[in-house]
Design a protein around this ligand. Structure first.
Ligand code: DGL
Length: 266
């Protein structure tokens, strides 16, 4: 048994979709969550900036005794993980590898779509990783830069004309490409699950990258011995908005207010 906590971070709220899955499958674990709400979004930034932010996020989390870190951000996983993984003495789990493995398992026609931020799509990492698993796969990618601000503004429900219009515009090429599997390659996107599923139709399986990262952690780490773990939340700006919006991502109430961190100091 290993009672050390699991650290999780994202540029903001999206990584809570990984925490949600950890709560479901590893309810006894202590979790430390950091959301870099003062510097979100990462997805519009250059690679060097994303690497710098990722290092700072990991240094902050490593002030505690951790058994694993989850980079619950596809943008950071895509742009920074290869560079920073060897710099820290803790197992670090990203979203890309487990999502690609899941997509390869579920596809029947070998046509996989991947949507994400501009930085994630530009990195080409999903295409390379999927092709490394199976060179016969056809991969169609699309950056969806309007999704993160719409999600952060709560525009996620079926019937919302704004999000339905944007989903149609971004995802029509996925339909045209005949994908039967669509990787939600940004941890904000599971909040759009219903609207995306309605548009893509019943024959298309959606892969939740945050949930797949959480599943990978469960397969790899030694579980905790205590029962009912605690989750602590830290942010780099506006703890009240975070605590309010977190409910939407976690599908559960957050009773403790998030604490404020000066992340630039790390
Ligand atoms: N949640 C982040 C991801 O998974 C995207 C948000 C951002 O652009 O910072 O890529």
């Amino acid at each position: 048994m290993d009672n050390r906590a699991i650290g999780v971070f994202d540029s903001g709220l999206g990584g809570l979709t990984a925490v949600r899955r950890l709560h479901e499958i590893m309810p006894d674990e202590n979790i430390i969550y950091f959301g870099d709400t003062g510097r979100v979004p990462y997805g519009t930034r250059g690679r060097d900036t994303i690497i710098k932010y990722t290092r700072q996020d990991i240094r902050f989390l490593l002030e505690r005794d951790l058994k694993a870190i989850v980079v619950a951000c596809n943008t950071a996983s895509a742009a920074a993980l290869d560079t920073v993984r060897g710099e820290f003495d803790v197992p670090i789990f990203g979203t890309v590898e487990p999502s690609c493995e899941k997509a390869r398992q579920v596809t029947k026609n070998g046509r996989i779509g991947v949507i994400g931020t501009a930085a994630t799509v530009r990195s080409d990492i999903f295409v390379r990783s999927l092709r490394a698993l199976d060179s016969a796969l056809t991969v169609t990618t699309r950056a969806c830069p309007l999704f993160v601000p719409l999600v952060e503004n709560g525009r996620v429900a079926r019937g919302d004309v704004v999000i339905e219009t944007v989903v149609r515009e971004y995802l029509q090429p996925m339909k045209d490409a005949g994908v039967d599997t669509l990787v939600l390659g940004c941890t904000h996107y599971p909040l759009l699950h219903d609207v995306i599923a309605d548009f893509m139709g019943a024959g298309v399986t959606l892969v939740d990258s945050g949930a797949e990262a959480a599943n990978a952690v469960r397969r790899a780490v030694t579980p905790a011995a205590h029962t009912h773990g605690q989750t602590q939340y830290f942010v780099s700006d506006d703890p009240d908005s975070f605590t309010q919006l977190a409910r939407l991502f976690l599908q559960e109430d957050v009773t403790e207010r998030a604490a404020l961190v000066d992340i630039a100091a790390y």
